[in-house]
Design a protein around this ligand. Structure first.
Ligand code: NI
Ligand code: MN
Length: 231
């Protein structure tokens, strides 16, 4: 019975019986996080990062350094994090999968987006291609798309048999509600959790519009930042 907590924006905590991981842990400065969560509250075995944008890389480096968690990301992003002092890291790349333990398996999927790290002086560091993740935890398959536009190959990801799909519906930088609903058609998950639509005015969406578009194609679970779902 893994537990999924939407921390805010695209930051997600997955807690299994033995293994815990966090995806895109943007905590500090996250407008969705008004409930007092700090990076030091995150105790996990793995930190997964989809791309180098600050609202996804977030506090991943600090969390990995403080907890000794293994950071999993596309190769170039791992090298960048290692250059910032991360000791435990596991580079992967799109299309590749790896079983980390009996209960925890990760596959990297394509994402149509950018992935550069920008510091506060505007310097840009190349951090490879963005990705999404399919995580198998305690036998449940959970897809976190990262930031992406709609793509037809989501049908192939759906063929993996998804229990849960977490997709952005904020539009402008990613899929909006209409493309998100089309993604649900391709992915065929049992449950879909929309994300990346509450943090800023530019990406604000009415989630009930998305719920109506999805109809009976999947069960939509609307999680407020900090809320959890057991699957
Ligand atoms: Ni992004
Ligand atoms: Mn983003």
């Amino acid at each position: 019975m893994p537990k999924i907590t939407l921390l805010g924006q695209s930051a997600v905590l997955l807690e299994g019986e033995k293994t815990k991981c966090v995806i895109d842990p943007f905590i500090n400065g996250n407008p969705d996080i008004t409930y007092g969560l700090k990076p030091s509250d995150i105790k996990v075995d793995y930190v997964l990062v989809t791309h180098g944008h600050w609202d996804h890389l977030g506090d991943a480096i600090e969390i990995a350094k403080n907890t000794g968690a293994t950071l999993i990301a596309p190769f170039e992003l791992v090298v960048f994090c290692q250059s910032k002092g991360v000791q435990n890291a596991h580079p992967m790349h799109i299309g590749g999968a790896h079983r980390f333990s009996d209960d925890f398996w990760v596959k990297l999927t394509i994402a149509h987006h950018g992935s550069a790290f920008m510091d506060d002086k505007g310097n840009i560091t190349y951090t490879g291609n963005p990705c999404g993740f399919v995580v198998e935890l305690d036998g449940k398959k959970i897809y976190h798309s990262g930031d992406t536009g709609l793509f037809l190959d989501m049908q192939l990801i759906g063929e993996l048999g998804l229990d849960v799909a977490m997709i952005p519906i904020g539009d402008n930088f990613t899929m909006g509600p209409e493309d998100g609903a089309k993604a649900v058609e391709f992915l065929k998950p049992k449950i879909v959790i929309p994300m990346h639509y509450t943090a800023w005015d530019l990406i604000k969406q009415d989630p009930n519009y998305f719920v109506n578009l999805v109809g009976d194609k999947a069960e939509v679970k609307l999680l407020k930042p900090g809320e959890s779902l057991e699957i």
